[in-house]
Design a protein. Structure first.
Length: 326
């Protein structure tokens, strides 16, 4: 055999012996032994004698699990167990400290990003033209921020309305829905979406305007069929009263509409769209007590959604005119 091969084999044998020594040292340095057989082997006693000592309560496992060889040797030597002589005669296995792992690299400290610079304020010095220009830019930036915040608020409210379209919890729980906002902000569109979603759930739905409801009830009262008409409105699962507040109502008309809403209180759902806040409802309903009672029934456990003041019709017209201009 060539000399290179013999040298290679000799080197492999040396490496294997060194690896075996490392394994034995690592096993000896392990403080906890998982099984009783390994403890008996290290102490040089029989497994049966070790089991009897464990059953008698002379030795026990560690709280985390496993056996501590040194503690078992000391307890057997201090007890009157027959295996104590053999355990005491066995020399303890030399434990060599294992090399400590290198410390982890230090993490770089967090550095916060720089804050944006504030808008410049007009200084006392400098030209008047520069100060006026800076103040004008600040005013425009503030106006843009206010418009953006208002637009975000409107989007949040409309998102709530769209969630109601998908859930329709107010129909099953008989919770009213009030859509309040200026003309052209999508109140009727959202109310129609709620009614269509309820129809897809096979519910009885009726959509009408405030004036149409009052005219129908007035004609039924004139024909002595008011109770029959009120019964038809009461049997519906969902009714939508659109455009409440655009036209002032007479006291008799308000009483007829109040009967429809009062009969449905906590029994069936109702949707009302209006362009007036609650503080301006007395302009439409002249009787203050009747107005208060109507608001009290409509706002009980109700979903009140404001659609804002930005009219989509005005935006559409403005966009079309800007597109025509050269």
């Amino acid at each position: 055999m060539p000399r290179t091969s013999q040298a290679h084999l000799a080197r492999m044998k040396l490496l294997r012996s060194e690896a075996f020594d490392h394994i034995m040292i690592a096993a000896a340095s392990d403080a906890l032994v998982p099984s009783q057989r390994e403890v008996a082997r290290r102490l040089g006693i029989s497994h049966t004698a070790l089991q009897k000592a464990a059953q008698a309560g002379r030795i026990a496992q560690e709280p985390g699990g496993g056996w501590n060889v040194e503690k078992v040797r000391a307890r057997l030597a201090a007890s009157s167990d027959p295996a104590r002589k053999t355990a005491a005669m066995v020399a303890p296995v030399p434990v060599q400290p294992s090399p400590s792992p290198p410390p982890p690299p230090a993490r770089p400290a967090f550095v916060a990003p720089p804050l944006p610079e504030p808008l410049p304020t007009p200084s006392a010095g400098g030209s008047s033209f520069h100060n006026a220009r800076t103040a004008n830019e600040m005013l425009k930036a503030q106006e843009r921020k206010l418009r953006l915040d208002e637009r975000r608020g409107q989007l949040v409210e409309k998102a709530r309305a769209l969630m109601l379209v998908h859930r329709l919890a107010e129909v099953s729980k008989a919770e009213p829905v009030l859509l309040i906002g200026e003309a052209g902000t999508g109140k009727t569109h959202l109310a129609t979406g709620l009614c269509v979603a309820a129809c897809r759930q096979r519910r009885r739905v009726r959509f009408t305007t405030a004036t149409g409801l009052i005219n129908e009830l007035a004609e039924a009262a004139h024909a002595n069929q008011l109770s029959r008409a009120l019964g038809r409105w009461e049997r519906l699962d969902l009714i939508c009263i659109d455009e409440l507040g655009y036209v002032p109502l007479a006291e008799t008309a308000c009483e007829l509409m109040f009967q429809v809403i009062a009969d449905r209180a906590e029994k069936a759902a109702v949707i009302v769209t209006t362009n007036l806040p609650f503080s301006e409802w007395p302009q439409v309903i002249a009787n203050p007590r009747l107005c208060k009672a109507l608001i009290d029934r409509l706002t009980d456990q109700a979903h009140i959604i404001t659609t804002g003041t930005d009219s989509y019709r005005f935006r559409r017209t403005t966009a079309q005119r800007n597109a025509v201009k050269p």
